[in-house]
Design a protein. Structure first.
Length: 300
């Protein structure tokens, strides 16, 4: 019995390390995208290209291609999800150029609430008053981060809009992925980034070839931030509870905001920090099923 308990504990500890590492890698995406000094379509093209190569190698090594129940339905759903995924990246990388890594990361993290709304539309899921309350709380946090009304000007607001569009597209990727049945996640990711190569290819200006250190950042976005990150995530998901996954997901924004300050000197205001805390609490509340109660009342 004790051996089984220790084995289970060791499995969870490995999962925690994998999840934390994946989120830390994800938190550095903004810096790598900006430091590549390439237009968004070019960055996404090379991320998809090197991501497809690394994920394809992983699938070959693990025999994933032999495990896939191939069907036209599944492939169509994966490809459509892939289209939403890659254009989500294009919008997100453009938003980084218009605002900052910190702002894009925070606004992007309203994603669970968009997924909640899409669940109502596409899966007839019910939203109770607690989830509705947390959603409204997160919206107030988002307003606190964005600012009213002085920040509503020029590139800044355009970057906010692009980020909201990006996280909405990513939510549709999740919806289409939920409709895919019996397909290994690594294969889904491989097909999606492979489709991405074709989708963004017409928009890439190959007259401006990346040089020197720019190649390091572009290759890293494909191999490290797509191949390695996805494999770590899939492995961690199999070992961890939803509670741990939800909590460890916040390694991503912490790393992103820290790097934004360390590399570019961008520092959040006190009002924005309050908004970050509100969005974080609301996200945990939804994912962990926390009950919202008024003073003197018991949770329903």
């Amino acid at each position: 019995m004790e051996k089984n308990v220790n084995a289970g504990r060791s499995r969870v500890e490995v999962g925690v390390l994998e999840m934390a590492a994946a989120m830390a890698i994800a938190g550095s995406i903004g810096v790598f995208a900006l430091e590549s000094q390439q237009p968004p379509f070019t960055v996404v093209f090379y991320r998809c290209l090197f991501g497809a190569l690394s994920l394809g190698a992983y699938c070959l090594y693990r025999g994933v291609f032999r495990q896939v129940p191939y069907s036209v339905r599944n492939l169509a759903l994966i490809c459509i999800g892939g289209a939403f995924l890659v254009y989500n990246w294009v919008l997100m990388f453009e938003a980084l150029r218009l605002t900052s890594i910190s702002i894009v990361t925070i606004v992007y993290h309203v994603n669970p609430f968009i997924i909640l709304l899409l669940g109502i539309v596409f899966f007839a899921e019910r939203i109770d008053r607690h989830k509705l309350g947390w959603t409204l709380f997160a919206f107030l946090g988002l307003i606190s981060v964005i600012g009213i009304p002085d920040a509503f000007e020029g590139d800044y607001i355009q970057g906010i809009v692009f980020t909201l569009l990006a996280t909405t597209l990513y939510s549709f990727t999740i919806v289409f992925s939920k409709w895919v049945t019996g397909v290994p996640p690594a294969f889904i990711a491989f097909v999606q980034v492979s489709v991405g190569v074709l989708l963004v290819l017409p928009f890439v200006d190959f007259a401006q070839v990346p040089v020197g250190r720019q190649w390091f950042f572009l290759i890293s976005l494909g191999v490290l931030h797509t191949g390695v990150e996805y494999v770590l995530l899939y492995s961690a998901f199999q070992k961890l509870s939803m509670a741990l996954i939800a909590i460890l997901s916040f390694v991503y924004p912490v790393v992103a905001i820290g790097l934004d300050y360390a590399v570019y000197g961008h520092l959040l205001s006190f009002q924005q920090i309050i908004g970050v805390v509100m969005i974080a609490l609301a996200t945990l509340g939804v994912r962990l099923g926390w009950k919202l109660t008024l003073p003197g009342r018991k949770a329903a």
